[in-house]
Ligand binder design. Structure first.
Ligand code: HEM
Length: 547
């Protein structure tokens, strides 16, 4: 028995090695982008992938390469595969806006998102995505979102009171250093639980619950663990397989991926419980009429939809894992980068505080600001835009060509032959990496000071030749049919959290300063201290209560 098992294992090993070897040779001779220039490949096995995820800061290598080769060039991925790296605005517009679904997500992104989110909107492609997006849209409309404003404000007030009564209780005057990345995800997790599913994570109150516990374990996997060599190689191997075989291999997830599945299964189980509890309490459909959370709005729109277009139960429940993950760490992380920049620029922080006071004089000390009130503060909003520009927490997106295509460029590049080209032909399956962090800092688009913090640029915006994305010409929320569905939600939440925190506290660098904070490329862009990555995600700021 053992003998036949080890013979099977040997046969499998032999077939895999032969496949990888064949892949190397095949890709070497059929390299799809050999007409393009690009950086040398430091490793035959990892190509440039390993150095990309292990660079000290998001975008450093890419920027160096973009300076050398222009806004589109070739890099190598694992096992000798060519990747087209782009930051060119016209190319991005073509891939995301013009082509609609012709450039689906790369195979590995699809495989992982399915494990993590189930058959939700982040995983879906083409017609299925279109159907899911239409069903979810009403839950993210501007009028629907206005109803969550009070929730954002209450959660921020709760954090302010926890800080004042617990963290800063003995240091009210002098303040103390707080790692804000420890606290901000607690607000955003509580907010997303309640606004999306009427579910109480109780994160700010330190209450434990099933989903919160599993989430704690997958967090490091989503960030630090993507740096592991074996995971990179395994995922690259799986994505290089014919579709069915690749999907079959996903049935044997790695230890990390088993956690993803566990999260997806538990979140679906809880979504089901939350929903059936609500239905029991009142009258099923009747109950849905008044409910404002995303899941209820989705179910309501699902009931009125043409049955062929309605989402099945699994699709509805998959949106829970999707929205929790897509909608909480993203906003929390962005908030910590905004506070980081304001900690470094006290002048800008004071300017916002002046705007806050002006607004208070207008609306009164106890009134809760409305969405229009927040929008009426020009510098406050310019600061949010500038932080979203410099710190896109999803720094890159991966796509593949669904068929043969030609990608146009705004800024022509020099090919291997020395010829100038303004179009890039791609074959079906071509892997594409869209470098959001580089596009957001392109001097051609943002001017000579593109690398510097300067919120003023958004007060005197000039018309851009190409408009990209859903907000402020940035790619931070992506663009086109799959742009972030929660971008308005995120903005309103950012405004409410920042207003609430900046009105109550002043943020300055702690004794160690902020110069060693790095933007670590780990799937999402995360803040860590130089040489102290083992300490995990952190943004230590000195926080003092305002008088
Ligand atoms: C600052 C905060 C946020 C940033 C920077 C951000 C960024 C992004 C980006 C770049 C994408 C495209 C991903 C891809 O194509 O693979 C995306 C998609 C998505 N985001 Fe966000 N997001 C934020 C907040 C939110 C919030 C608050 C929610 C929900 C409440 C949300 C829900 C989603 C969903 C459901 C998708 C998938 C959309 C689709 O495929 O049609 N996001 N987001």
């Amino acid at each position: 028995m053992l003998g036949s098992l080890s013979r099977s294992a040997l046969a499998l090993l032999f077939i895999s090695s032969a496949y990888i070897l064949f892949g190397f040779v095949y890709r070497y001779y059929k390299r799809s982008l050999k007409f393009l220039r690009g950086p040398p490949r430091p490793s035959l096995l990892f190509g440039n992938d390993y150095e990309l995820v292990h660079q000290e800061e998001v975008g450093l290598l890419e920027t160096k390469w973009f300076n050398e080769y222009g806004t589109a060039f070739r890099t190598s991925s694992c096992y000798g595969e060519d990747t087209l790296m782009v930051a060119d605005p016209r190319a991005i517009q073509y891939v995301f806006h013009t082509s609609s679904y012709r450039f689906p997500k790369s195979r590995d992104s699809q495989q992982i998102t399915k494990m993590l989110f189930g058959r939700g909107i982040v995983w879906a492609e083409g017609e299925v995505h279109n159907r899911q997006r239409k069903a979810l849209n009403p839950a993210f409309s501007a009028s629907q979102l206005r109803q969550f404003l009070g929730l954002f404000q209450r959660s921020t007030a709760r954090l302010a009171s926890v800080w004042k009564q617990e963290e800063l209780a003995n240091n009210l005057e002098s303040g103390k250093v707080i790692n804000v990345t420890h606290w901000l995800p607690k607000i955003t997790l509580d907010v997303i639980g309640q606004s999306a599913f009427n579910y109480d994570f109780g994160a700010l109150d330190g209450r434990a619950n099933e989903l919160g516990e599993i989430f704690k374990h997958i967090q490091p996997i989503l960030t630090i663990d993507v740096l592991q060599k074996r995971l990179m190689l395994w995922r690259a191997f799986r994505r290089s397989m014919p579709v069915r075989l690749g999907d079959f291999l996903c049935r044997f997830p790695t230890k990390e991926e088993r956690r993803f599945k566990e999260f997806s299964i538990t979140s679906k189980k809880i979504a089901k419980e939350v929903f059936s509890d609500a239905s029991k309490e009142t009258n099923g459909e009747e109950d849905l009429k008044g409910a404002k959370d995303v899941l209820s709005v989705l179910l309501r729109s699902n009931m009125t939809a043409d049955p062929k277009k309605a989402l099945d139960e699994d699709e509805v429940l998959s949106q829970m894992a999707t929205i929790i993950l897509a909608g909480h760490e993203t906003t929390a992380s962005t908030t910590s980068w905004i506070l980081y920049e304001l900690g470094r620029s006290l002048k800008d922080q004071s300017r916002i505080y002046e705007e806050i006071q002006e607004l208070r004089n207008r609306i009164g000390a106890d009134a809760d600001p409305t969405g229009n009130d927040y929008d009426s503060m020009p510098f406050f909003n310019a600061v949010i835009k500038e932080a979203l520009r410099l710190h896109p927490i999803v720094p890159a997106l991966f796509r593949q060509a669904g068929s043969e295509d030609v990608i146009p460029l705004e800024y022509p590049v020099i090919a291997e032959s020395g010829e100038e080209i303004s179009q890039i032909p791609v074959s079906k399956g071509q892997r594409i990496m869209v470098a959001i962090s580089v596009y957001n800092r392109l001097t051609q688009v943002w001017g000579k000071d593109a690398n510097e913090w300067n919120p003023e640029r958004f007060l005197h915006e000039s018309k851009k030749d190409i408009n990209l994305g859903v907000y402020a010409n940035l790619m931070t929320f992506s663009a086109g049919v799959r742009a972030c569905i929660g971008w308005r939600f995120a903005l309103m939440e950012l405004q409410a959290i920042l207003f609430g925190l900046l009105e109550n506290f002043e943020f300055t660098p702690g004794p160690d300063g902020l110069d060693d904070i790095q933007r670590v490329p780990a799937g999402l862009m995360i803040p860590m201290r130089k040489g102290r990555w083992q300490e995990g995600i952190q943004m230590p700021l000195h926080v003092r209560v305002r008088n």
